[in-house]
Design a protein around this ligand. Structure first.
Ligand code: ZN
Length: 256
């Protein structure tokens, strides 16, 4: 990034973090919530979405969500509901995911971070909602096929969504570090990114300083370390600035 560009543009980043809870059982059934078992051995009619199966919410998952919500200074909403998010994909046997849409369990929180200048900064958290994880696809290139493991289906997930308050890749990195420390302290997850217990997606755009409207964003998905998030964001900031400087239009897209 050039010094001129730094003064001219402002970076706007919002983060979505998916956290797997390490409850003994899954979120809507009694199947064990375990990583690394023989594929498709931890399933039942509920997490496979068979007709007539009745999901029953795991009280521990609710308790863990409330713990995280309180630690993130959120309002814990006394009335919540679950919604069906319809999508058809082999990792989702019901063809919908149970999530929370308009009445999430936690809303309007914040987490403090430190800026590059060492100043404290409040990052607003829009919401944290409970949902179930999908199964896992394993692409077998040797046999030219894809295999699906439903052991992960129904793992309790909390999706923690910030407002677009982060102004640099470094602030995003500091937010993730602080969030992880907080979550580890609460003892609700192993927060192991290698195992996918903690996953991060980022929305990024840039705009001229003084502009209040958000620029066109790109979404970065499936980054498996905080360093990768930081490097990915830095790359995108430079790419956006170069594009705007040369008069190109940013295309809204998801980059992996
Ligand atoms: Zn099950």
């Amino acid at each position: 990034m050039t010094a001129t560009a730094t003064r001219k543009y402002e970076t706007v980043i919002g983060l979505e973090v998916h956290l797997q809870f390490d409850t003994a059982t899954k979120i809507f059934c009694g199947c064990a919530n375990k990583f690394g078992e023989t594929p498709n051995t931890l399933t039942c009619p509920v997490c496979l979405g068979l007709p007539g199966a009745l999901p029953v919410v795991n009280a521990k998952a609710l308790e863990y969500a409330i713990k995280v919500g309180l630690a993130l200074n959120c309002t814990i909403n006394p009335f919540v509901k679950f919604d069906r998010k319809n999508y058809f994909y082999p990792d989702c046997p019901k063809a919908y995911q149970i999530s929370q849409f308009d009445l999430p369990i936690c809303s309007n929180g914040h987490l403090m971070i430190e800026t590059a200048d060492g100043e404290p900064k409040k990052i607003l958290i829009n919401r944290a909602h409970l949902e179930e994880d999908a199964g896992k696809l394993i692409h077998d290139n040797a046999n030219n096929c894809s295999l699906v493991d439903y052991n992960r289906t129904g793992t309790p997930l909390l999706e923690i969504v910030t407002e677009p308050d982060l102004r640099s890749a470094e602030e995003a990195y500091n937010y993730l570090q602080n969030l992880k420390l907080t979550l580890q302290y609460l003892n609700v997850s192993d927060c192991d990114m290698e195992k996918g217990s903690l996953r991060c997606d980022a929305n990024i755009s840039i705009r001229l300083i003084g502009e209040t409207k958000l620029g066109t964003k790109t979404e970065l998905k499936n980054m498996n370390s905080f360093k990768a998030v930081k490097a990915g964001l830095e790359h995108e900031i430079n790419r956006h600035e170069a594009a705007l400087e040369s008069g190109q239009t940013i295309v809204q897209e998801t980059r992996l």
